[in-house]
Design a binder for this molecule. Structure first.
Ligand SMILES: [Mn+2]
Length: 332
């Protein structure tokens, strides 16, 4: 078994959903793991005869779209609750599904996730912080319970794992990840097909935005930190979409001597999103994110603040200086 400790909780979940209508909710600005988890859980519930639908505040990103296939997937304003119960996937905090969806579902039945900061806010909580992706947790549970995993479900789970492990590079990439992916290939998942729509399908506007981001990179704190900035203007000038900055922060982290990479992005509503990526878990970037009201993993975390880049830049550098004073650099 992949997740013996979750056997009881997942069995309870499968019992409670019988005869109910279920909305499978994901987080705002969804990523591959979020969408993959929603597709997979919705499809498996449907196969079990449960009336299930995936619902999100924001649309499925263009590069992930091909995996949705015939899965019922709605935006929040296309969805009408008819006594549905909610299951949240990949959401460390209930508000991550958006205020609009919290208004419809003040309390979720279940919460399936892999974020260390998840406090277990639902009636049934399945949280596996050591797992690389929520899709890994779901795939493991489906195999443990011998549930029907069709080719579309397998591909969705594979895409979630491939994206949340940074294409099998992050420290979270365990032997279990490969065992599960191998089983998913048995069920029809295709890594090559996934790679084609995820990585060989770029828009020119995105590369124009990437040029702006790369030109903005600055080393701070004796080169231990690298910060890239995307002001509103960068989006206006290039016509790139928000979700196209996904992964840019990795360039900042990937510089040889840099320990933490950061992306600061401005939003139209006067807020600023910070994304943090560390080379090693000991940097605990989740703690830095938490200080600014966010959260995440030890190596990958984020937050939103009411500010702009000009005002906030010095605040984050000051906080990192204090944070890094206690952490020795990684030997390369
Ligand atoms: Mn995830």
């Amino acid at each position: 078994m992949f997740y013996p400790d979750q056997k009881e909780a997942f069995a309870k979940l499968l019992t409670v959903v019988k005869g109910r209508r279920v909305a499978v909710l994901g987080h705002m600005r969804p990523d591959g793991d979020c969408i993959g988890s929603q597709i997979a859980l919705t499809r498996v519930l449907l196969a079990l005869g449960v009336d299930a639908v995936a619902v999100n505040r924001h649309p499925v990103p263009r590069d992930i779209e091909p995996i949705v296939q015939d899965t019922p997937f709605l935006l929040w304003d296309e969805f009408t609750s008819e006594d549905h119960i909610a299951i949240n996937v990949d959401c460390a905090d209930p508000i991550r599904v958006s205020q609009k969806l919290v208004d419809i579902f003040p309390q979720s039945l279940a919460n399936i996730d892999h974020h260390i900061s998840n406090p277990g806010y639902a009636d049934i909580n399945i949280i596996e912080p050591v797992s690389a992706a929520t899709c890994e947790v779901l795939a493991g549970l489906f195999f443990d319970f011998d549930l029907p995993v069709d080719a579309v479900t397998a591909q969705a789970l594979y895409v979630g794992i491939a994206t949340d492990t940074g294409q099998f590079r992050f420290p979270s990439t365990t032997q279990q990840v490969f065992k599960i992916c191998s089983r998913l290939m048995d069920c029809g998942a295709s890594p090559n097909e996934a790679a084609r729509h995820l990585f060989e399908n770029e828009r020119f506007n995105k590369l124009a935005l990437l040029q702006r981001f790369l030109a903005s990179l600055r080393l701070e704190l004796e080169g231990r930190v690298c910060i890239g900035r995307l002001p509103l203007k960068a989006y206006h000038d290039t016509g790139a979409w928000r979700e196209e900055a996904e992964g840019f922060v990795d360039y900042a982290r990937d510089i040889a001597e840099v320990e933490i990479g950061i992306l600061l992005e401005e939003y139209e509503d006067g807020t600023l999103k910070g994304s943090l990526r560390a080379k090693d878990a000991k940097y605990r970037v989740d703690q830095v994110a938490k200080f600014f009201g966010g959260g995440g993993h030890t190596c990958a975390a984020g937050f939103n603040v009411d500010s702009n880049i000009e005002k906030f830049y010095h605040e984050i550098v000051a906080k990192l200086e204090e944070h890094l004073a206690d952490v020795a650099p990684v030997e390369v």
